[in-house]
Write a protein that binds this ligand. Structure first.
Ligand code: UDP
Ligand code: MN
Length: 275
């Protein structure tokens, strides 16, 4: 049976993200399929280029969730009940759309699936992830050691199964349930004994300035632009993330990519950390 990398796009902004992601995956010469799940808000024309890169394009519906559930997880209500204090989500980010990720458990033609957020670029071949068990994910580390308790759902290894998908739907939409970080909180709860991937498999961009000692271009395999997106013009953290943003644009425009292992790591002096 085959394996696949899967991402999700629900609007034109994340199509841009997926374009850089697919360019980066193609450079790794992966043998796995690349699947783009998209909601009906995305047009065929917006997906044409990704298709020309050999991606499988699959339309998905939102999950069949109750009106109450959808209300509680609507952007305005979620941001009100569980405000983001450490970074800012772009206006084009709709929390409810995140749950569409769970549709990948319906892709039962694949033995193993590696989900990658559309705001990711892959820096080296990561096909070995297909040999990892369900459910594997890296910790949500970008500020402090306490972050190691939680997973980040931007990268994970899953085994598609209709049975698992149905059990997820049952567990997801409980009366009054509130998943404060949407699919991430849900997956952490559904797979309480999740397997840990190393941080190199999901380097979060804030590590660059919050925990520079953890940064290592030689071992980093997946770079994840959580919170502000690299294609947002002049976002609040753009100055501090300049080298990472420049790298994203090189992938997006499919330009020459510098030797990643040779890039300078962030300075670990306090001045460097603040700059
Ligand atoms: N996503 C999407 N449209 C949305 C919100 C999310 O397509 O409105 C998808 C996209 O693949 C994205 C992922 O879900 O990368 C998770 O959202 P995001 O990466 O913005 O969250 P963060 O990593 O900042 O927590
Ligand atoms: Mn993300």
């Amino acid at each position: 049976m085959k394996n696949a990398f899967v991402t999700l796009v629900t609007n034109a902004d994340y199509v841009m993200g997926a374009t850089a992601l697919v360019h980066s995956l193609r450079r790794t010469a992966t043998r796995a399929d690349i699947v783009i799940l998209h909601t009906h808000a995305v047009t065929a024309q917006q997906l044409e280029y990704l298709q020309s890169l050999g991606c499988r394009i699959i339309a998905v519906d939102h999950l069949p969730l109750s009106d109450d559930f959808n209300q509680r997880h609507a952007r305005k209500n979620l941001h009100g009940a569980a405000p983001f204090t450490k970074g800012r989500k772009p206006d084009f980010h709709t929390p409810l759309d995140n749950f569409c990720k769970l549709r990948l458990w319906q892709l039962t033609e694949y033995r193993t699936v590696v989900f990658l957020d559309a705001d990711i670029v892959v820096l080296k071949n990561i096909d070995k992830l297909f040999d990892y068990p369900e459910f594997s994910a890296a910790p949500n580390v970008y500020e402090s050691l306490a972050d190691f308790h939680r997973l980040n759902s931007g990268v994970f290894v899953a085994k598609p199964s209709t049975d698992t998908f149905e059990r997820m739907l049952e567990a997801l939409d409980q009366p009054d349930v509130f998943w404060r970080r949407t699919d991430q909180t849900f997956l952490e709860t559904f797979f309480p004994d999740w397997h840990g991937l190393p941080v190199t498999m999901n380097m979060l961009q804030y590590v660059w300035f919050n925990m520079p000692a953890l940064w290592d271009w030689k071992s980093a395999a997946i770079l994840h632009y959580q919170y502000e997106k690299p294609w947002e013009a002049d976002h609040p953290k753009a100055e501090r993330l300049r080298p990472l943003i420049d790298l994203w644009h090189a992938f997006h425009e499919n330009r020459d990519i510098p030797d990643i292992a040779g890039l300078p790591n962030p300075s670990t002096t306090s001045a460097g950390a603040i700059a």
